[in-house]
Design a binder for this molecule. Sequence first.
Ligand SMILES: Cc1cc2nc3c(=O)[nH]c(=O)nc-3n(C[C@H](O)[C@H](O)[C@H](O)COP(=O)(O)OP(=O)(O)OC[C@H]3O[C@@H](n4cnc5c(N)ncnc54)[C@H](O)[C@@H]3O)c2cc1C
Length: 365
Amino acid sequence: MATESFVLNVAEVIEETADARSVVFEVPSELQQTFAYTPGQFLTVAVPSEQTGLAARCYSLSSAPHSGRHQITVKRTVDGYASNWICDNLKAGDTLRVLPPSGIFTPKDVDADFLLFAGGSGITPVMSIARTALEKGTGKVVLFYANEHESAVIFGRQLAELVEEYADRFTVVHWLVSLQGLPSEKQLGLFASYFTSYTAFVCGPAPYMKAVTNALKELGFPRERRHQEKFVSLGGNPFGDVEEVLAAQKELADADDADDEQDTQPAEPAFAGPVAVEVELDGQQYSFDDWRGEEVLLEFLESKGVDAPFSCREGQCSACACLVLEGEVRLLHNEVLDEDDLGEGIRLVCQAKPVSEKLRISYNG
Ligand SMILES: Cc1cc2nc3c(=O)[nH]c(=O)nc-3n(C[C@H](O)[C@H](O)[C@H](O)COP(=O)(O)OP(=O)(O)OC[C@H]3O[C@@H](n4cnc5c(N)ncnc54)[C@H](O)[C@@H]3O)c2cc1C
């Protein structure tokens, strides 16, 4: 089953740096509700490909929701397909197929004090959070922003303007790896030690995120004040109903028929008994007593008409994350939740198979 996607016009493409472009979408009034977002959320776009029909990629919104803009910012990945295609080809007046916003890398309270760590393109969701906190919230915001060179700094001018405007609330520390080397866990910890009561958001390259997260853990930041977003490329295709994908996939399937048998994993045995499932979603309660585990929980809920959130369906983004309040599920695949997330009971509904007779989950955080 495919997520419902929408074709949006590109209103503007902005060259932020030599390697990064912001893409501003025009969202017509009838889609404003569907495309409403919270700071830190991402869009999934279908980048055309002659090879596979399309490549689905997630890009965080760098604009703040209250601005009315829908802007993503894409940085070239070395040898990457979609990011380079966007940077090289996309222009105002073009269209792209887009899935509505999703993701859980979002502040619960914009009035909190924020300690933000960004590295490279990781500034994208962090920018949205910082701008929202400054323009709509009341707390202090501190940003530690690492880049290779000065010329790679995305939103340098906008950040300087915000620092000037919110001088008593906003501090930005730029870290240039070409001058200072990679920030060590110790250096990051020393920096963070001045802000241990703040809520932390971390987004950047994997080693940087690991160093920051270790430093925050060492300082005793509780899980609920420590958020991170991993940038990975989706392997699957949530735009599954797009005609050109089906045509391209058929061609590939014909060519790959021989290999398919080897790639197929033996199916997991289904859970024997029916599971009683209770779901809290958007203030609504749902109860079912017949999940037999033949399909993942997301598909089961969809078959019952529940409008459950999702994006990649591959365990690679966090759009379908829920909190397990009672019972347990087993995840077929998980690339986004870390041990702390799992320890807190967060699970990916698109990968969930049953292991207990009763399951109670909440999407309300
Ligand atoms: C929640 C989330 C938010 C993100 N936000 C941002 C953001 O704000 N900014 C940002 O820059 N990045 C962001 N990312 C990362 C982004 O989604 C991509 O992973 C990144 O742009 C790299 O994608 P790429 O296709 O350029 O590179 P790769 O994924 O490395 O490209 C290589 C892949 O493309 C395939 N490929 C090669 N040629 C083709 C072809 N012709 N057709 C189809 N496939 C091909 C290859 O098989 C290979 O799998 C985010 C990721 C996530 C999960």
